[in-house]
Design a protein around this ligand. Sequence first.
Ligand code: ZN
Length: 161
Amino acid sequence: MTESAARVVTFHYTVREAGGEEVQSSRGGEPMAVLLGAGNLIPGVDAALAGMSVGEARTVEIPPEQGYGRRDEALVQRVPRKHFDKVPNLAPGMQLMANGAQGPQVVTVVKVGMSVVDVDLNHPLAGKTLEFDLEVTDSREATAEEIAHGHAHGPGGHAHD
Ligand code: ZN
């Protein structure tokens, strides 16, 4: 294995807010397959996986700068309530999917008024230090097609129609 060769790594992960509750896990399902170094993962996880061998398990702490970035208060915005006409039981804390400039993104409802709604467009994990339990189950050289597409194919990877 040469260090410059692009690799597809298959791995299980569990992510927690540092010292807090589990946010998400691949355990109980199929592991995820990802082309490393292609911006498919937050930088801290990409770098950790690049340094791991098959069968290795590791817990890494990832600061916001290597994770989902810092919170940006300018991303808390006030929008007309009519945009949410189709959402039943609109309430603070609710997370909705919206189509943003860079594809689907999570929008968190902060406050619901009579005619306006305050929403937070920051990633829900922005500004948080995260703990990832990582276990690498497979690692292989990426195919030319995967490198061209910028993502992994096959089980756990990107499925094309
Ligand atoms: Zn593809």
